[in-house]
Design a protein around this ligand. Structure first.
Ligand code: NDP
Length: 605
């Protein structure tokens, strides 16, 4: 095994890089893990208020629907669309936001855009006939696509917005779910879908003194355009002229909004604990003629499958998507393919992966020097970890923002902001006075599922889902849960576990549940439920899965690795294993499973 990696210009000492990665990680590991963050409730509750849509008064709903779906993001929309296609016309989507969109309803910060090519990221493009205007569409266009789906499939008719489920319980006597909400609704549904979304509960950093700040503040997922001026389409944030602003956090959200802030504020302090890796973006408008040529029947499914195959190391003839993610996997594949067949051991393949990663990260670090004028700032912006330790970012204006005279990087040497005072933020004993603090501090991931959902689910005999999952998530396909009949979860874990294009998981799952519901309705079945044996057999199968590419405790802490603690207990809904043969094989398997008409493992009655 070689201990040096060659890039175009030089040979790199792998041992030195590994040591630097470990040193940077160790600096950041902290005992409190997820508890370092403040849960937004009670005195902090105003950080969750909807700045975009006034809450409309309405009468509580008391009726029955065939399917209720909790969550109006991509999961609810694709599942709802597929159910409507299957002939179920009374799907009711419940959504805590004021419209459809989920993450794209809330995240309207300036510069928000998808990081995976829009052709595979945006759902149901072919069904709705929409051509993304850019390779990486901006948030307003993605939100419009959500609304387009809602309109095309009449999902608005039955939807309840600004509505949070408070109770979800199985009624044994009627074979229905009872749903109660914070708007006084109390209705039943034969089937319930849940689209929990991986990142929907904002969190605040637990920085000493945070409550004492008397200036303005908000979380990026509730952007206050009344305060900043501008709009989600990128109009200048004109009200920030003359304002001193601190933004706390430098994850994927910050990378996208900092270029806009840096141009608008009198002074912008970017408080950094860990730098993001920021690779080339290369966004461009889409040529309608080109699109016409590629958008032949079945095009989006072909693109989805091509992306996923490419991403997961399967042979493909052509990389249709060509984005930062596919580049990453092509590089790894190329490195591994250089191994002599007789040296193709797991150890050598992992070493080839590491070589590829070091080369890529060296490129990303070198890029910082070519863009950022101040050498000390450039040094502080370099990410010292493997690329998949944290969410990879792609942007062409982020690093340039640090050349703006107003923009100052306040690096915290991995320790975070020390204190917040009435008037500013303190880092390494220096106070930076500001008018506004923007919390780009991310979302809850490793906290209990029922806390993030806002309710526990009561299945047969009052069994709580939190209790059933006390020793880890238990499902068939990540979707069906024994003891919880007529219930579906639309998410990635214990299924494909595909993280680089999350919506692909959701469309496959939505298609599947629509077929099962149709089967039950067509055959007059009242209930369907995965058997305990089928669920256990699935878990046994998943226990053979290779280790996940993300989540290692060797990585610097973040939500990928449960803030440095890892997912060893298997309790995280982001963390459990996926299908051992990988996403391509899983989607193939799932297609066969649902198309057979048997739905093996599910008992209908
Ligand atoms: P993240 O969780 O990625 O980032 C939170 C940031 O806050 C980190 O930089 C973190 O530092 C920092 N932080 C936390 N506490 C402190 C503290 N006490 N002092 C200083 N800094 C602190 O949240 P994001 O909203 O940026 O992104 C979340 C996810 O949302 C992304 O990973 C991505 O999956 C998704 N997203 C997707 C986008 C897209 O597809 N276009 C765009 C934006 C987000 P540290 O790293 O040290 O913990």
């Amino acid at each position: 095994m070689s201990e040096a990696v060659s890039t175009a210009s030089r040979s790199i000492d792998k041992a030195a890089i590994r040591a630097k990665y470990a040193q940077e990680r160790d600096k950041r590991v902290r005992a409190d893990g997820n508890d370092q963050y403040i849960e937004i409730k009670d005195q902090w509750g105003h950080y969750l208020e909807d700045p975009y849509t006034p809450v409309a008064q309405r009468e509580p709903v008391r009726d029955h629907v065939t399917v209720a779906f909790i969550g109006g993001g991509f999961s609810g929309l694709v599942s709802g669309a597929r159910l409507v296609e299957a002939g179920v016309t009374d799907v009711r989507i419940l959504e805590k936001g004021g419209d459809f969109g989920g993450t794209w309803y809330w995240n309207r910060y300036p510069g928000a855009q998808c990081d995976t090519a829009a052709f595979v990221y945006m759902p149901l493009l072919e069904e709705t006939g929409h051509m993304p205007s850019e390779k990486y569409a901006h948030a307003p266009e993605i939100l419009e696509q959500c609304q387009r789906i809602g309109n095309q499939y009449n999902l608005y008719d039955n939807a309840l917005f600004h509505t949070q489920v408070q109770e979800l319980s199985w009624q044994e006597d009627t074979n229905r779910w009872l749903i109660k909400t914070d708007r006084g609704d109390e209705f039943t549904a034969q089937f319930v879908g849940m689209g929990p979304g991986p990142l929907h509960i904002p969190k605040l950093p637990g920085i000493a003194g945070i409550e004492s700040f008397t200036g303005h503040s908000f979380h990026t997922s509730r952007w206050d355009y009344n305060y900043t001026g501008g709009d989600p389409s990128g109009a200048p944030l004109d009200k920030l002229a003359g304002k001193r602003v601190a933004i706390i956090g430098t994850g994927a959200t910050s990378v996208q909004c900092i270029p806009h802030l840096a141009k608008a504020c009198e002074k912008l302090y970017v408080c950094q604990r860990t730098p993001s890796s920021v690779d080339v973006r290369g966004n461009h408008d889409i040529d309608p003629e080109w699109f016409k040529a590629i958008a032949t029947p079945g095009w989006q499914q072909r693109w989805l499958e091509n992306f996923t195959a490419n991403q997961t190391g399967q042979p493909i003839e052509e990389d249709l998507v060509q984005d930062g993610w596919t580049d990453l996997s092509k590089r790894v594949r190329s490195k591994i393919s250089q191994l002599d067949p007789k040296d193709m051991t797991l150890e050598n393949m992992m070493a080839a992966y590491e070589d590829s990663d070091i080369e890529k990260m060296e490129e990303i670090r070198a890029r910082v020097n070519t863009v950022v004028e101040d050498p000390a700032t450039a040094e502080d912006l370099k990410a010292w970890y493997q690329q998949l330790c944290k969410r990879p970012c792609f942007h062409d204006d982020y690093l340039k923002a640090y050349n703006e005279p107003a923009c100052e990087l306040v690096d915290t040497n991995g320790q975070g902001v020390e204190r917040i005072t009435q008037t500013g933020v303190v880092v390494a004993g220096v106070e930076y006075e500001v008018d506004c603090i923007i919390y780009a501090s991310g979302f809850e991931v490793g906290t209990p599922f029922e806390r993030r959902s806002g309710y526990d689910t009561l299945g047969r005999d009052g069994l709580k889902l939190s209790e059933y999952w006390a020793d880890g998530m238990r499902t068939l396909h990540g979707t069906h849960i024994n003891g919880f009949p007529n219930l579906f979860m639309v998410q990635a874990t214990q299924g494909a576990n595909l993280i680089s294009n999350y919506p692909h998981n959701l469309t496959e799952c939505g298609t599947t549940i629509a077929m099962i519901v149709k089967h039950a309705l067509d055959n007059g079945h009242q209930t369907l439920e995965v058997s305990a044996q089928a669920e256990q057999a699935w878990l046994d199968l998943l226990s053979n899965a290779p280790p996940m590419m993300i989540g290692s405790t060797d990585c610097t802490p973040g939500y990928y690795n449960n803030e440095g603690k890892g997912w060893g207990d298997g309790k995280g809904v982001v963390a459990a294993n996926g299908y051992p043969a990988g996403p391509v094989a899983y989607f193939e398997y799932l297609k066969g499973w649902r198309s057979s008409g048997n739905f093996e493992g599910i008992d209908f009655s």
